[in-house]
Design a protein around this ligand. Sequence first.
Ligand SMILES: NC(=O)c1ccc[n+]([C@@H]2O[C@H](COP(=O)([O-])OP(=O)(O)OC[C@H]3O[C@@H](n4cnc5c(N)ncnc54)[C@H](OP(=O)(O)O)[C@@H]3O)[C@@H](O)[C@H]2O)c1
Length: 296
Amino acid sequence: MGDDLFMSKIVITGATGELGQLVVQHLLGKVPANQIAVSVRNVEKASKFADQGIEVRYGDYDDPSSLEKSFAGASKLLLISTPQDDSVVRIRKHVDAIEAAKKAGVQHLFYTSFAAVDKGAFPLLGDVHSATEYTLRASGLSTTILRNAFYQDMFVNESLQSFVDSGVIVTSAGNGKINTVERSDLALAAATVLAEEGHEDKVYELTSSETWNYDELAKILSDVSGKTVTHQSRSDSEVLEGMIKAGVPEGFAHFLVAHYNSIANGNEGNTSDDLEKLIGRKPISIRESIIKYKSL
Ligand SMILES: NC(=O)c1ccc[n+]([C@@H]2O[C@H](COP(=O)([O-])OP(=O)(O)OC[C@H]3O[C@@H](n4cnc5c(N)ncnc54)[C@H](OP(=O)(O)O)[C@@H]3O)[C@@H](O)[C@H]2O)c1
């Protein structure tokens, strides 16, 4: 145990979150637990990691000095982007975390960015990641950028049942394409590069080599449920009005329409085989995710 204190560690932030938990789970299959530490704001919530032999450290993005301590001795640090909504606040937190990593002497920083940020993908989310990527480049640290696709999990939820029940999906996305990947596949890719040597100064587009659009989603739902589902694409303002009337919170309705807009404009359909190469197989497709979700 005493030796563990001096062992250089792979430190994971955001480990109590959905993605972070999966990264730790995959990493446990690749390196011994005593080589992993998690940096979390809620140490109690992370007790299951301690039970598995993982070192739990207190680190809060709102308290940079706690981050520096929690990153100490990290040969590798996975900085999982913060969930805060306000872009300026998120960038501040990322800059603080990068400075803390430098002060702590972190040798290699891995950051979860957003797919195709350099190609104009969804600026509402992409701007934070672009700013963070530039900060990382300016930091002089050895870095690996993991540009995560949109989480497929966010499309495979109870909303599918409402599409099946109503027989219609209404968007303003037209026949624009979107690239989505399950969190678990993104986490496997992160665990793979963390466990391996190398990957310094690399940017990986963790997207699928295949994309889908809402017409195809409707077809998949029809196939899986046995009921006819169609996609109707309308104007942004019609879709926005319809969502607000249906009780969707206004901020979220605007977010969804901005996303449809980005899809319609062809900004979300970038593909890459980086993910497939890292995980050694095709990522789970949207059809496979829907089939394993539940019977519709
Ligand atoms: N690619 C995409 O489609 C997509 C979609 C959504 C989000 N994201 C980004 O990906 C990240 C990870 O996704 P996720 O699904 O794992 O999100 P999540 O489940 O919300 O996890 C966020 C993690 O950040 C931690 N956290 C929040 N505020 C913190 C603070 N002040 N100090 C330290 N830790 C803090 C949370 O800790 P607690 O457990 O204590 O709350 C949690 O561990 C998100 O934060 C977001 O930046 C990407």
